[in-house]
Design a protein around this ligand. Structure first.
Ligand code: GUN
Length: 284
């Protein structure tokens, strides 16, 4: 079977983290994550539900702070400063997207990098840029992808990797993390002239755009490894990725499904970062 089972890999990781959390609790350290939600975007509500479930599974404490859409930058930043100071909190996550009137970079900048379990602050992004040794609190989706590839003994060193999508959350950090591991990444985006020319020559294609059927079987080579980060709905309202799974699976060496691929890995890595942050905060 060439389907990479993100659910299984994530559950294994969560089981290990559960033991680690129990050990920390026996030392009076109770890892805790705070999630800030603004408004009630349905996708955000669904992501948060999965994060909360993973906390329950691992024993990580959970606190959710909800704001109306009308909240201001200043109110959010003031709350984050307060959370930065609280010793019982180890991870702070601001669910994105934020409403248009909020300047997200300023809000993210307010998070203490030691509690930035999403790995979105300039400090943590910058560390990741240096090398694998400095990937301390890496962004969760790229970290989850790397962890899944590692689990299946897929060594990216020497591979031509095409990343489709250049977001700060996935595409850009994933390119860097693959480069850190010896791959040759190419990052494609909306202005890329000939997408197929880049995907067709790649050993590894990672797609994170949010456009159903963007990657079709004719766009990838035989034995490709395809990682699909997309999260879309098909005509029946069922969750699907950015790639034509059915047809690409016939020629791929490995492929990740949607759902059950990268999504659970992202959540598991968030839990891992929270435990890591708790350990570090208590040792310093
Ligand atoms: N919105 C979509 N993905 C993410 C994520 O990984 N973290 C946060 N904070 N918001 C998101």
């Amino acid at each position: 079977m060439n389907v990479l089972d993100g659910r299984k890999v994530a559950n294994d990781l969560l089981d290990n983290l559960k033991n680690e959390v129990a050990t920390l609790q026996s030392q009076s350290i109770s890892p805790k994550l705070v999630v800030i939600l603004v408004g009630n975007n349905p996708a955000s509500l669904s992501y948060i539900k999965q994060k909360r479930k993973a906390c329950e599974k691992t024993g990580i404490l959970w606190e959710q702070i909800n704001y109306e859409e009308s909240v201001t930058n200043e109110e959010l930043i003031e709350k984050i400063h307060e959370l930065n100071k609280r010793n019982d909190i180890h991870g702070i996550l601001v669910q994105l997207p934020l409403p248009d009137h909020i300047f997200a970079p300023d809000v993210i900048k307010a998070i203490d990098p030691k509690k930035d379990v999403d790995g979105f602050t300039a400090y943590n992004i910058g560390k990741m840029f240096l090398s694998t040794d400095f990937e301390d609190l890496p962004p969760c989706t790229p970290a989850g992808i790397i962890k899944m590839l590692d689990y299946y003994d897929i060594d990216v060193a020497g591979m031509d990797a095409t990343i489709v999508g250049a977001s700060n959350i996935v595409g850009k950090p994933l390119s860097t993390m693959l480069l850190n591991r010896g791959a040759t990444p190419t990052t494609c985006h909306i202005r890329t002239k000939d997408l197929k020319a880049h995907t067709a020559q790649a050993d590894l294609v990672c797609v994170a755009v949010g456009k159903r059927n963007l990657i079709t079987a004719d766009m990838v080579k035989e034995n490709v490894i395809l990682v699909d980060v997309g999260c879309n709905k098909d005509e029946n309202g069922k969750l699907c990725g950015d790639a034509d799974f059915k047809n690409i699976a016939k020629k791929a060496r490995y492929i990740t499904p949607v759902p059950g691929g990268v999504g659970p890995m992202t959540v598991a890595c968030l839990m891992e970062n929270t435990v890591k942050a708790a350990k570090k905060l208590h040792s310093s």
